[in-house]
Design a protein around this ligand. Structure first.
Ligand code: AP5
Length: 223
C-alpha cells in the first residue's frame, strides 16, 4: 500500500462540513481538495461557458448534469498535483458519477481509498447553511455562531471580504437538501456495500470531526 495515491470522497449533505474538513486535511496531507461546487462557482464568477451552463442549476439548487460534471472532474484529476491523490468534496453526487469516478481512477491505475460519510441531522444542516459566510478572495469558510471570524465580515486568513452564498437562502437550501436525499443519499448504501464507507459524527466540533477523519486516514495506511 505504501506509495499508493490517496483518493478520498467526502460524502455528506449540504452543510455537513465537507468543505471545511477537506480544506483542513488537504493542507495537512499535501494533496488537493477537489470541490465541484468551488470549481463551478469560480467559473460562474469568471463568466466562463461552464459557469454559465452551471448557473441555472445552481440557482435552483438542482444538480448540474452528470456529463458536464464528470468531464470537469476528469480534467481536474488529470493534473499533476493529483498524482499523489485528492480529496473529493461534493463529487460524486449520483450513482452515475460514482461509476464514472471508478473509471477515471482505474484509467490512472488508482482506486478509492475510503469514503468518510459526515453525518449531520437535517435541522443542524439548515442552521449551518443560513449562518455560513465565505471569503470572496481565498474561499475560507466561517459560521457566524460556530466558527466566527475575528472581525465580522473580514477573513482571518487573507483580510478578504466575506459573503453569503445565493444558494444558502432558505428556499434554495431546502431544495438542495431534497435533491441530496433523492439523488445523493443512495451513495451511502453504494459505498457501504463496497466496504469503503466510514461514518463520522459531523455534529461534533470542527476539531473533533477532523481528529476522527485523521484516524480513518491513518487506519488506511495513508501517507
Ligand atoms: P457545493 O458547493 O458542493 O455545496 P454542497 O454539497 O451543498 O455543500 P456545501 O458547500 O453547502 O456544504 P459543506 O458540506 O461543504 O459544508 P461547509 O464545510 O461549508 O454545491 C453547490 C451546487 O453546485 C450544487 O447545488 C449543484 O448545483 C452544483 N454541484 C456541485 N457539485 C456537483 C456535482 N457533483 N454534480 C452536480 N452538481 C454539482 O460547512 C457549512 C457551515 O457549517 C459553515 O458555515 C461551517 O463553518 C460550519 N461548520 C462546518 N463544520 C462544522 C462543525 N463541525 N460544527 C459547527 N459548524 C460547522
Amino acid at each position: 500500500m505504501e506509495g499508493a495515491p490517496l483518493f478520498l470522497v467526502f460524502l455528506g449533505a449540504p452543510g455537513a462540513g465537507k468543505g471545511t474538513q477537506a480544506r483542513l486535511l488537504s493542507e495537512k496531507l499535501g494533496i488537493p481538495q477537489v470541490s465541484t461546487g468551488d470549481i463551478f462557482r469560480e467559473n460562474l464568477n469568471k463568466g466562463t461557458k461552464l459557469g454559465l451552463l452551471a448557473k441555472g442549476y445552481m440557482e435552483k439548487g438542482e444538480l448540474v448534469p452528470d456529463e458536464i460534471t464528470v468531464a470537469m472532474v476528469k480534467e481536474r484529476l488529470s493534473r499533476p498535483d493529483c498524482a499523489r491523490g485528492a480529496i473529493l468534496d461534493g463529487f460524486p453526487r449520483t450513482i452515475a458519477q460514482a461509476e464514472a469516478l471508478d473509471r477515471i481512477l482505474a484509467e490512472k491505475g488508482a482506486s478509492l481509498t475510503a469514503v468518510p460519510y459526515i453525518k449531520v441531522s437535517e435541522e443542524v444542516l439548515l442552521a449551518r447553511l443560513s449562518g455560513r459566510w465565505i471569503c470572496r478572495n481565498c474561499g475560507a469558510v466561517y459560521h457566524m455562531i460556530y466558527n466566527p471570524p475575528k472581525v465580522p465580515g473580514i477573513c482571518d486568513i487573507c483580510g478578504g471580504e466575506l459573503y453569503q452564498r445565493e444558494d444558502d437562502k432558505p428556499e434554495v437550501a431546502k431544495n438542495r437538501l431534497k435533491v441530496y436525499f433523492e439523488q445523493t443519499a443512495p451513495l451511502i448504501e453504494y459505498y457501504k456495500r463496497r466496504g469503503l464507507l466510514v461514518e463520522v459524527n459531523g455534529e461534533q466540533s470542527i476539531e473533533k470531526v477532523q481528529e476522527d477523519l485523521e484516524a480513518i486516514i491513518e487506519s488506511h495506511d495513508c501517507p
